[in-house]
Design a protein around this ligand. Structure first.
Ligand SMILES: [Zn+2]
Length: 459
């Protein structure tokens, strides 16, 4: 497969260069300028050959750990208790001797996590997305954010999205959407910034048919080089576009924030007409892994992150960039698996082979067994032919509400297949209430939950 950046890059946007090299540097704001200063060094480190890449990565991990030991009370305590001295660490895998840092730890001991070398007032607070639990505040310096932005620029560029390109976002996180500015001057300034960034924002929280049609028309008129979207939102739009037999021509669709299933990927590629890639990130730590331009495997962003998967398959992230509130072995809330070797494309970075989705979407059976949502998500299996997607909601331990959406080939017996699948998955322990739905609606933040267990939340 030829990366589209070589084969399909449209020549029709002569302003991309002007935006990238003149307008954005001049008017893009302090933070964007700061990010650009980090691009060359981040780019260089991410292109290092295997041995050099490992050495630089191990060294930056050691530097962070030494800093944490000498200036962050919580880690000093944890390292002393574990008899762990970063200065004597031979292999990054040795950090498994330190305990996992949970969201609860961060919420309860935020002050103990701040480095004494950073003035708190100079830090920026980011709240991690609160889809499944209360948001937790994370502090970081401006420079750390700029370096993470630089990593995003480099990793997107590897997939064919270059600075200055016209892009669209089918996005829902309120924090990321440009708010409606107050006052004429501010609105003019925002309009000018919009011209400079040249981004079309399509809010993903309302995805009615009328909205989807309007989004398709807006994308056709705007003709972006890349579209960044939640997979479920992009898939809803793709299905609508395919129903209408009016595919678009967007060279790159970049999906994030949710697991991407093969059938979704195919529909999205067919509807938008370009390459489909995924990246995996978290608000607390930035870009964790980005998809290989050649295959659907995720390369770990070793410049910003040290990534582990524990015995339970929980992903643990160590943020190598944020020295103000270091996150070391932080359980980011997702499950996944790291591959043994590196990617066949020749990239030396570790490969995140599978991303199984949020940890929290786990059902609890009357027998006490726990079933992770990702294994009972019909989108993953394609075995229930006429049913496109389901939403499973467990309000009490014995029953499951099954909301389901019919596909074009739906026949009544497909519901029996679905029931059999669920019975096998849940060992015949649950009763079902089936409810037909037109679609599974996203939450106000634009993300969609397919598996919702409220049993533990009540307990
Ligand atoms: Zn690769």
């Amino acid at each position: 497969m030829t990366p589209w950046s070589q084969s399909r890059r449209p020549a029709s946007d002569p302003l991309a260069g002007l935006r990238a090299h003149v307008l954005q540097p001049l008017f893009g704001g302090v933070q964007a300028r700061r990010a650009r200063t980090f691009v060359p060094s981040v780019s260089r480190r991410l292109a290092l050959p295997r041995e050099a890449s490992r050495r630089v990565h191990a060294e930056s991990l050691r530097r962070l750990l030494l800093h944490a030991r000498s200036s962050v009370p919580l880690y000093r305590e944890r390292m002393v208790a574990a008899g762990f001295d970063p200065a004597r660490m031979d292999d990054p895998a040795e950090i498994a001797r330190l305990p996992v840092l949970t969201r609860e730890d961060v919420a309860a001991q935020a002050a103990q996590l701040l480095s004494s070398r950073h003035a708190e007032r100079s830090l920026v607070e980011a709240r991690s997305g609160g889809t499944t639990s209360d948001p937790v505040p994370f502090m970081q310096p401006h420079a750390a954010i700029a370096r993470k932005d630089a990593a995003a620029i480099v990793l997107r560029r590897n997939l064919g999205w270059h600075p200055g390109d016209r892009v669209a976002g089918l996005w829902g996180a309120v924090e990321d959407l440009p708010g409606r500015p107050q006052g004429v001057l501010r609105r003019l300034k925002a309009a000018a910034k919009q011209r400079i960034d040249d981004t079309l924002w399509l809010p993903a929280a309302d995805l009615s048919d009328a909205k989807l049609d309007a989004f398709a028309a807006a994308l056709r008129a705007f003709a972006p080089v890349a579209l960044q979207a939640y997979p479920t939102a992009a898939d809803l739009l793709a299905r609508r576009i395919l129903e209408r037999h009016a595919p678009l021509d967007i060279p790159l669709v970049l999906l994030t924030a949710e697991t991407v299933f093969p059938a979704q990927r195919e529909r999205i590629a067919a509807a938008f007409g370009g390459d489909v890639h995924a990246f995996y990130g978290a608000r607390e730590v930035g870009w964790i892994a980005g998809e290989c331009p050649e295959e659907s495997r995720l390369h770990v962003n070793t410049d910003g992150i040290h990534l582990e998967a524990d015995a339970d398959g929980r992903l643990l992230v160590t943020d190598l960039v944020n020295y103000a509130m270091p996150l070391i072995r932080y359980a980011v809330g997702d499950r996944g698996a790291l591959a043994e070797g590196s990617c066949p494309c020749g990239d030396p970075r570790p490969v995140l082979q599978a991303l199984h989705g949020r940890v929290n979407d786990v059902f609890i059976l009357p027998s006490g067994r726990r079933v992770p949502g990702s294994i009972c998500d019909v989108r993953n299996y394609q075995l229930v032919d006429g049913i496109v997607e389901t939403q499973l909601i467990q309000d009490v331990v014995e029953r499951l509400t099954v909301r389901w959406v019919a596909g074009p080939t739906f026949q009544p017996q497909h519901l029996d297949t679905l029931r059999t699948f669920l019975d096998e998955t849940f060992d015949h322990e649950l009763e079902y209430d089936f409810e037909r739905a037109e679609r599974i609606e996203p939450q106000p933040n634009g993300k969609t939950r397919y598996c919702i267990c409220r049993v533990e939340e009540q307990a």
